[in-house]
Write a protein that binds this ligand. Sequence first.
Ligand SMILES: Cc1ncc(C[n+]2csc(CCOP(=O)(O)OP(=O)(O)O)c2C)c(N)n1
Ligand SMILES: [Mg+2]
Length: 449
Amino acid sequence: MAMKTDTKYNIKTTDRETLEKWFRMMTLGRLLDDRAPNYLKQAIGWSYHAPYAGHDGIQLAIGQVFNRETDHLFPYYRDMLTAISAGLTAEEIIYNGISKDLDVAGGGRHMSNHFAKPEWNVHNVSSCTGNHALHAVGVARAIKKYKTPGISICSQGESSVSEGYVYEAINGASHEKLPVLFVIQDNGYGISVPKKDQTARRKVADNFTGFKNLRIMHCNGKDVFDSMNTLAEARRHIEENEEPVIVQANCVRIHSHSNSDAHELYRDDYELNYVREYDPLAKFRRLLIRYKRFTGAELDAILEEMKEVVKKAHKAGMAAPDPSPDSIYDFVLPEPFVPEKYPDGTHNFEGEPKKLIQALNETLKAEFRHNPDTYIWGQDVAYKGKGGVFNVTKGMQQEFGRERVFNAPRKSASSLKGPNSPIISGPRWKHSSRPPMSTGVQRASFHPT
Ligand SMILES: Cc1ncc(C[n+]2csc(CCOP(=O)(O)OP(=O)(O)O)c2C)c(N)n1
Ligand SMILES: [Mg+2]
């Protein structure tokens, strides 16, 4: 399964400029990752921090393959380096960590360590592990339906793959051949639960080997080059073969799960030592020196430079304003729709009384005629003339075609997630640079840019 054809990046031939760029980002990331717990200790903020150390190779690679002009990225709470590699600055990471108004993810509203930049389609995701797999698939459906370039990238830990909705997401992506890159960062644990207690296979991605239209690849997520080559090949495969790919990246978790966990309680000294020995940043540094691409002194100079960047960002973070208390209700609910025809919401239409089902059916059809960006799908909505258990969608597939009205697998979670649909504003969230609303029924507004 894991055919790798692209060995573009390696320590001998990758240009020096690229290597330096990677080392800078990896160094910056680790300085911030190591510093984040201090903010909580000093009661400044960053109440939740899940350190990424040990996932460095794969996270660097996710950010590097992500193209902010065309793609959509759904990172998870451990993805600090992914966010930096995608382009977020040290200031942006700190504003997010200590919930400042300038936080680009959501103006300080989201739980800390949830990195996003909606302006670039680096999306805000829920804290429910793996839930964003559905959203990534929904956006990929929009990319495919609207024939826009780009892919959707979903990143998550290995234990969250056992969630039912992740099955729905992968099943949907493979069934509809959607351009999704699922990256599973396997650090061997879901908090304190080892993966042998999560699923029968050692590599959870292999649970999906029977799926059609799906390529599964494995890589060493601790190794920058293997991660870069695997994700580059995965991206090529998605674009050329028009089907999803799962990449399972083998990582280690050097620290505790988060700042509310103490891994000494369930990991012995032997294990704590060996995960530190696998430190991907230390390995990358050793390689750069051993192959004479950089001297130790040059790398130390970069480290000092990055320390200055972090110091400056820290100062900016401490001086930045908190969100104004008046803004507490902003972006919680969309502005109410005020209809032009009946502004107070009551109509004065006189006519023959109709059955509710007929009225729903006619309303849906009227909206579908009015707005070509409307879609409906789900279990039983499209079969011949039936149109659902109560015939609400009767006649719609015949009138609007299979592209807009179609049956879907039995998947309750994904049907209920608003953004799991082309009913989404993207690649640029249209309404605001803040988190998008997630309502079940909206007008579609997918705006290729
Ligand atoms: C739906 C849901 N259940 C449980 C949790 C609590 N929780 C937070 S992280 C986590 C473990 C996730 O492990 P994994 O997916 O392997 O990612 P890792 O943290 O190891 O990177 C759990 C159970 C949650 N956030 N959401
Ligand atoms: Mg894990």
